[in-house]
Design a protein around this ligand. Structure first.
Ligand SMILES: C[S@@+](CC[C@H](N)C(=O)[O-])C[C@H]1O[C@@H](n2cnc3c(N)ncnc32)[C@H](O)[C@@H]1O
Length: 183
């Protein structure tokens, strides 16, 4: 099981090394942007106010409660939220609203990965979270080339018999999806 105490000791340290790029850009642009470090899923966002554009990049699939977190994104947004996430494409289920659950470290050995949505689920969850419309900016990649049907399966099919059991015939592929969700 993951050691959740590391979230506090390592990840919420205000001197996060990952902030260096952000701080470099902020200084170079003489930006007045203020950094707030906290557990997004748990913290009270109301004191932050609202923003015309909210970037929610690479975070959704790290959330144990993705719909609740999208509602929080909506509560911060006055115009558009830009949402980027790990996503899954399942051939033959293009329009299905599915969340692939990744227990433990099933996805890339990372205990912090939970639900990987289809593009349909991303749209549906954004709508359920209170956004009025959603536009796909980066959607599923073109369907991968199918493996040729195994000879034994083809002969069985042509003979009108049952095809031998084989691997599932619905290949899936992960990719990074990007949508704009409008208030
Ligand atoms: C895949 S990285 C994306 C980083 C950056 N947003 C980007 O697009 O390059 C995931 C980020 O989500 C952050 N994260 C995960 N769970 C979080 C939480 N509960 N609250 C705030 N940030 C969280 C991690 O610290 C990490 O920086």
């Amino acid at each position: 099981m993951p050691d959740h105490s590391r979230d506090v000791t390592d990840f919420w340290n205000p001197d996060l090394p990952g902030r260096r790029g952000y701080e470099f850009a902020r200084d170079a642009l003489h930006s007045k942007a203020e950094a707030v470090v906290g557990d997004y899923a748990a913290m009270d966002l109301a004191p932050l106010g609202m923003f015309d554009v909210v970037l929610y990049l690479g975070v959704l699939y790290h959330m144990e409660e993705p719909l609740t977190c999208l509602k929080k994104v909506r509560s911060l947004t006055t115009e558009v939220a830009v949402i980027e996430t790990e996503a899954i494409h399942i051939e033959g289920l293009e329009d299905a609203c599915l969340l692939q659950f990744n227990p433990g470290d099933a996805l890339r050995s990372d205990y912090g990965n939970w639900y990987v949505p289809t593009i349909g689920a991303i749209h549906a969850m954004c709508t359920a979270a209170g956004f009025s419309s959603v536009r796909t900016v980066v959607g599923p990649p073109p369907a991968p080339a199918r493996e040729p049907e195994p000879r034994r399966a083809r002969l069985a099919r042509q003979a009108g018999g049952l095809a031998p059991l084989g691997p599932p015939s619905a290949p899936s592929a992960n990719y990074r999806a990007l949508v704009h969700a409008f208030v």
